[in-house]
Design a protein around this ligand. Structure first.
Ligand code: GUN
Length: 280
């Protein structure tokens, strides 16, 4: 089987077009959706991601403010900035780009964002709401993955979904969101005994482990849908967690890297910002 391309670039462009229209409507009603993005330090990948987020806001008419703080910023200084943004009525969403420098505890920072402005859905209240199946801002990458899966038209109910990776940003929330869609979900991680055997059971395989080309073709069931969340630099190229060429010979659908999950994360950030502005 040769896989069909699950094209995140194209789907995200369609979503951004409709967000642009909805933002224009809100603006006519006097509400300008506002997103504050905070970047602490100079992690090169984070700088690129944050730049793309700000650019995409501009394209769809969302007002974004980028707060770049030095790597030496203390936790208290960051919490003070979040406190100011929490109280600023022109800001509907606050995003603190992760990872943070070692002197800052991410848990304390994420918990300081008002849950109503938590555009990433990482606040413990919003994570709890996800676990309980209650509405909340859903984390952007998992939400984008679900949109890609739905775009295949394949029903998720009853499917075997295997998630490789247990991060709070992707692995855990995407597993819960697949469960919400009535898939049967397995989460694998670095201590899983037979990763290849688990992966081979998957109708839907999500690779979010951050290891270049870890998922090889022999780990993929014939006809599986393969979602590659990895963005790894290997010999000067960007590669995913999946060995794309051979994997595409086994899968029915597969996301490319780049151009798969990445653009969907940004589209979902815009969508979450718009939803928070609308609620406001
Ligand atoms: N770092 C990597 N992915 C993300 C994300 O989705 N949100 C934030 N805030 N930081 C990230």
């Amino acid at each position: 089987m040769t896989a069909k391309l699950l094209d995140g670039k194209r789907l995200s462009a369609e979503i951004r077009d409709s967000i642009r229209e909805e933002t224009a409507c809100l603006r006519k009603g006097g509400i300008v959706p506002g997103l504050a993005v905070i970047l602490v330090g100079d992690d090169p990948a984070s700088r690129i991601y944050v730049g793309r987020k700000a650019e995409s806001c501009l394209e769809v008419g969302i007002a974004s403010s980028l707060h770049r703080l030095p790597a030496s910023t203390s936790q208290i200084e960051l919490l003070e900035l979040i406190g100011r943004l929490n109280g600023d009525s022109s800001i509907h969403g606050i995003l603190v780009q992760l990872p943070l420098p070692p002197q800052i505890a991410p848990d304390a920072v994420l918990a300081a964002i008002r849950p109503e402005k938590d555009v990433d859905g990482f606040h413990p209240v919003n994570m709890g709401r996800l676990v309980a199946g209650l509405p909340s801002s859903r984390p952007c990458t998992p939400k984008g993955i679900l949109r890609l899966l739905k775009a295949t038209g394949i029903p998720l109910a009853g499917k075997e979904a295997v998630v490789i990776g247990r991060s709070n940003i992707v692995g855990k929330p995407v597993a819960l969101m697949l469960l919400e869609e009535n898939a049967t979900v397995t989460i694998c991680h670095s201590r899983t005994k037979d990763l290849a055997g688990q992966a081979r059971r998957a109708d839907i395989l999500v690779a979010a482990i951050g290891k270049p080309r870890l998922v090889t073709a022999d780990m993929i069931k014939e006809g599986a849908v393969v979602i590659d969340v990895g963005i790894n630099r290997l010999e000067g190229r960007l590669v995913g967690d999946v060995d794309y060429g051979p994997a595409a010979q086994k899968a029915s659908w597969i996301t490319p890297v780049p151009g798969g999950v990445g653009p969907m994360t940004i589209a979902m950030l815009l969508e979450n910002t718009l939803e928070l502005a609308r609620k406001h």
